[in-house]
Design a protein. Structure first.
Length: 364
């Protein structure tokens, strides 16, 4: 570094010309004695050690005298910066809208280089490299275009289901008192896109077209009434006074069997009506069922056909088939009715179908 000084004649006037960037990539700090001398460029020579002297550096038309002070500070130069200052620039590839374009630039930042290439960036566009960094030789910079579109769709709203207990129905039976209906709505979504591909969506607004209707199902809680058989009659006493029963006379006629107490047909019909409604059958099916089982058994759950052995209200043949509905099939009308309705539905579809067959064939 070369320093020259000059004594001031009338007060020292100091002017600092800061950080002047030279063509060599160095910085100069100049201290002059008189502001009137700033009018002519002076060269600064390069010393053998690699430093510049005030004789070889052009300082923006600044005239230097022998007493002015010049300080020369070398500036750091990265390889990319060297390429830019040397006028070569760097070549990299820009991929935007699906098109790859090679581009050479001597811009200091990637943002400036993209601007030179005529690439406009939106607020939400995604760039694969740091915009504030210098362009890298051979790099591939990808720009994903961001956008928002609005899509309107008709969406089904599933209905809910609600159960209500009722003592009007037997345990194990249900009845739908209100059918459930799905609703629908027109929903508009804001769809976020990157290069035309959906990356996320959010609901913007919704308009209900049809509100869903809740399904209401009644569930039975009532227990069936127990069936009580009549006690067997006692044998008449002979009045022998011994307290011992007389020996039976083989020639005497046998005592009559204990009478069977018939069930209440009205009660059995009421049970059947509830179970029929629980299966979704209406009054017309009840009319057919009433006629069918009135013909078969008179609604007597203890009825037995002496010739065929068919048993119960539905006249199951054999009666033991009704055990699939419950072990109390011989005495419980609800068990018999449940089995009978299942049999009718599986074979004929409806009670009216079974009744029509019975009228034609005299059996079902």
């Amino acid at each position: 570094m070369t320093r020259t000084r000059r004594a001031l004649k009338a007060g020292v006037y100091t002017l600092v010309v800061g950080s002047l960037v030279l063509g060599t990539g160095s910085f100069i700090r100049i201290q002059v004695a008189d502001e009137a001398s700033l009018n002519v460029a002076a060269p600064v020579a390069q010393s053998q050690a690699g430093a510049s002297t005030s004789a070889d550096v052009p300082v923006l038309n600044t005239a230097l005298t022998g007493e002015d002070l010049v300080e020369l500070t070398p500036a750091s130069r990265s390889s990319e910066r060297t390429l830019l200052l040397d006028g070569q620039g760097v070549e990299f590839t820009i991929v935007v809208d699906g098109v790859a374009t090679p581009f050479r630039s001597d811009a200091e930042t990637l943002a400036d280089a993209l601007s030179e290439a005529g690439v406009s960036l939106g607020w939400d566009d995604v760039v694969s490299a740091d915009l504030s960094s210098a362009p890298q030789e051979g790099a591939v910079v990808t720009i994903a275009r961001a956008g928002t579109s609005y899509v309107t769709e008709q969406i089904v709203t599933p209905h809910e289901s609600e159960e209500r207990s009722t003592s009007q129905l037997l345990i194990g039976t249900t009845r739908v008192v209100q059918e459930g209906v799905d609703g629908d709505a027109r929903v508009t979504f804001a769809v976020e896109l990157l290069d035309g591909v959906e990356v996320s969506r959010s609901q913007a607004f919704s308009i209900t077209l049809n509100a869903p209707v809740t399904e209401i199902v009644e569930v039975g809680t009532r227990k069936p009434a127990p069936v009580v058989a009549a006690p067997a009659p006692k044998a008449p006493s002979t009045g022998s006074g011994t307290g011992a029963a007389p020996a039976a006379d083989p020639a005497a006629p046998a005592a009559p069997a204990a009478p069977v107490v018939p069930a209440d047909p009205g009660s059995n019909r009421a049970i059947a009506q509830e179970m029929l409604a629980a299966r979704g059958w209406g009054s017309e099916q009840w009319t057919c069922l009433d006629s069918l089982w009135q013909k078969e058994s008179g609604w007597n759950h203890l009825a037995k056909n002496r010739s065929s052995g068919a048993y119960g209200i539905p006249q199951s043949l054999p009666g033991s088939k009704m055990a699939s509905a419950g072990s109390d099939w011989q005495t419980n009308p609800a068990t018999q009715i449940s089995w009978g309705l299942g049999y009718i539905q599986g074979r004929y579809g409806t009670p009216c179908g079974a009744w029509e067959h019975s009228k034609l064939k005299n059996w079902y």
